[in-house]
Every structure is written in C-alpha cells, then in structure tokens.
Design a protein around this ligand. Structure first.
Ligand SMILES: N[C@@H](CCC(=O)N[C@@H](CS)C(=O)NCC(=O)O)C(=O)O
Length: 222
C-alpha cells in the first residue's frame, strides 16, 4: 500500500466510527484519531463533513465521509478482502449490513425516547429484528461468515457493544433463547480488534451519556 496519512475524525461513542476504527485495526493501517465534541464541533469539521456527521477519514488531509464508504475504501487499498469472495455472498453480507444500520437506528431511538409508547414500540421492533437474525440469517458460526472476522462483523460489533451495556441496567431479553446471536455477540465482544476499537473510558462515557438523555431508558438505570 502506498504510504498515506490517515486520520479518523471521531466521536468516542459513535458506532459508525467504531466500524471504521475496527477495519483500520484489523487491516493494520497506521492512523491517528481526532475526537470532536458533536455538541459543539470545531469550525473546520463543517468543511470536511458535508453531512455534518462522524466518521470522516482524512486521507493525506482529504476528507472521505460515510462509514461504509470508508470501510470499503480501507479494505480495497490493503491486501486481501474482509468481504466474502463470491459476489452473491458479498451482496448478501452487504444486505445484512443495511439491516444492521436499521438496528442501530432503533437502538438510538430506544435509549433516547422519552415516550413510553415509543419505547415499547422500539423494544418490539428490535426484538423482531434480533429474531430475524437468529432464525433467518445466522448459521451458528462464531463470526458471521465462519471462523474469521469479516466486514459485517465490524458493523455488528458496535450493535452488540451497545446492547451489552444496556443489558447491565435493564434486560430487555434480546439475547434470551437466541444461541446463535449470543455466540456471535460473545465472539465479537472478546475479539481483539473489537475491544481495541473504543477508547478505554468508553463504559463510563456511555453511562454518563445514557443518564443525561432524560429518556424512558435513563429512568430504568437507577
Ligand atoms: N450514515 C452515517 C451515519 C453517521 C452518524 O449518524 N454519526 C453520528 C454520530 S454516531 C453523527 O455524527 N451525528 C451528528 C449529528 O447528527 O449532528 C455513516 O454511516 O457514517
């Protein structure tokens, strides 16, 4: 790979940042991280992030936005691919990656809503989605595609990290009687690349973040 300088513009709790960070780590790409406060981003952030979101990858100072675009780019410029080789399998992986994005959206709603009805709705929606993963998608292997880490694992690892944290405060039963989902979660949460993809104080920061939401979920934390 041609020598380039990589800088990941990040917010410490962002699951989209974590997937990009995981690919950087998994593919041994030397990089720096620039954390910003999303509540008051620095002025330069608006110049590099058209959607005003993290992550942004600065490649020799030139910005690339959207987490999956960043992940695919990093995969392409390095040896080997984190996607399956077969085009159909690769497309199926990408489809379930999209599905993972909807789980992230629901999860965000779940812990931010202050409306009890919406909270129940999001709980039911997530339960159904985890059920679909268990029944229609997973095949009982440690990682999504067998015994090796793939791109899709980098997408679901932050989902599982959120839900492992939420479960400490309030068990919504998402992993009960779902052995394949639980195996996938446990494999990912103990995988080195995944554990290294968040800052050391992640748990404390998430705790503070969840409490300050003033949401239905925040109330269940006490
Ligand atoms: N589709 C985007 C989503 C990124 C995203 O939602 N990032 C959140 C933080 S987790 C963000 O920057 N939010 C800032 C805002 O919406 O103002 C991606 O995959 O990169």
């Amino acid at each position: 790979m041609e020598e380039k300088k990589f800088e990941l513009v990040s917010f410490s709790l962002c699951p989209y940042v974590q997937r990009a960070r995981a690919i950087l780590i998994e593919k041994n790409i030397k990089h720096d991280i620039k954390f910003i406060d999303l509540d008051s981003p620095p002025a330069w952030f608006f110049d590099v992030s058209p959607m005003e979101k993290v992550p942004v990858l600065l490649v020799d100072g030139k910005p690339l936005f959207e987490s999956m675009v960043i992940c695919e780019y990093l995969d392409e410029i390095t040896e080997g691919s984190l996607h399956p080789a077969d085009p159909f399998d690769k497309a199926v992986n990408r489809a379930w990656i999209e599905y993972g994005n909807t789980i992230l959206d629901d999860t965000y709603d779940l812990f931010t809503t202050s409306d009890e009805k919406r909270f129940k709705h999001m709980t039911a929606s997530l339960d159904e989605k985890f059920d679909t993963l268990e029944d229609e998608c997973l095949t009982g292997t440690p990682f999504f595609n067998g015994d090796k880490f793939s791109m899709i694992d980098a997408v679901y690892a932050p989902v599982f990290r959120f839900h492992a944290a939420l479960l400490k405060y309030h068990d919504l039963g998402f992993f009960k009687d779902r052995p394949q989902l639980s195996l996938w979660r446990d494999t990912l949460l103990s995988y080195n690349t995944v554990t290294k993809s968040v800052p050391e104080n992640y748990a404390d920061e998430l705790d503070a973040y969840l409490r300050k939401q003033g949401s239905v979920f925040s109330e269940k934390m006490n």
